[in-house]
Design a protein around this ligand. Sequence first.
Ligand code: AMP
Ligand code: MG
Length: 431
Amino acid sequence: MAERPPRQADWLSVREALDRILAAASPLGAEMIPVADAAGRTLAEDVRSPVDHPPWDNSAMDGYAVRAADVRGASRSAPVVLEVIESVHAGAFPERSIGPGQAIRVMTGAPTPEGADSVVRIEDTEAQPGTPERIAILDDRDAGRNIRRRAEDLRAGAVVLKAGRVLRPGEIGVLAAVGRPEVAVARRPRIGILSTGDELAGPDAFEHVRAGRRIADSNSYALAAAVTTAGGVPVRLGIARDDEASLRAHIEAAAGLDVLITTAGVSVGEHDLVRDVLERLGLELDFWRVRMRPGSPFSFGRLGRTLVFGLPGNPVSALVTFEVLVRPALRRIAGRRDVHSRTIRVRVAEPIESKAGLVHFLRVRLEPDGAAGLAARLTGAQGSGIMSSMAAADALLVVPETVERLAEGEEAVAIPLLAADAGQEAFGLPG
Ligand code: AMP
Ligand code: MG
């Protein structure tokens, strides 16, 4: 008897699917690399500072280090005149401390002298003629201000960066500030990408596409790019034909990889050759079919120690399932602490209809909306084969399972499509 196709009610929700995937994904080991090469990698150690930064109290301004008690009450009509006993530039150290009625000229970053508790900005001062050198203070707004305290930024012995965060320019600056030449980062997952289908041609055989007999394999390129932005190393496994021998040979080439991503061969009604061959090779299927559109014919399992994601063949379904279900898993494998995608709140710029029972992910462009907000407008036809509306999208608008209609101006959640995937706050995904 033929297997009964699973009914939609038996499919997993997006959240259940993601939970099961994340439960199966675990971080890889670490490697040491030069800090200069570490942008975009995930930190795999807690980093402590061996030094205080700044190392001394220093001036936040070009001006005069003074005692607040001396300058309080100073104004243009009643200036306070102080004796200037020294001048210190950044890189030099003051030789004297200041006493009542005295000031030391300091540049931004220069250590402030003992006795000073304020730096009066240069604009609020006026040099006085004659010797000894004297300065008039014309305003008291800087009394008690403009001194950056030793260790106010980084304290010796304290953890300054925690494992699991993506190294962006700010984090790289901190690593350099604490003197690290090298840093432990999570190893990059190696991710096999396999296109399947008799109708496909690679770029080397584009003449068949031009002749109208084949379509170009775009999925493996789009997915390799997605893998790269997620911090993985794509391993191209080529195009398997829709026959057992070809599929078997291509899947076996994925042995030893951390992850295998296949596309196509999973449409309803079609003989599900990709999954059949994977199961014959030992795939432990975790689940297949998710209540989402596009992308419902998605499967997940494990082949030996390789996690296997079976993505649908339609180009938009492949990329949307990657964003929603694969990218968070790659973050976990790549050692990230925050694995969920950032979501943002938007207003929909036009009414939107959606079928209940499936989470819809709609391709939208983001536009400014009033002073602070963003409005989301559909990029065009939403068919799962329409690559141009995916390429034009800034974000995926999320329409939860229970919502059948969004009125113009209504609030919704969207997942930004980023050029690169670096340390984000996770606010959670509804529905
Ligand atoms: P399938 O899941 O095999 O039924 O494929 C669904 C749709 O996706 C079909 O129109 C395929 O031609 C298309 N498709 C499958 N694989 C690719 C690919 N690698 N690149 C572009 N389109 C594809
Ligand atoms: Mg096919």
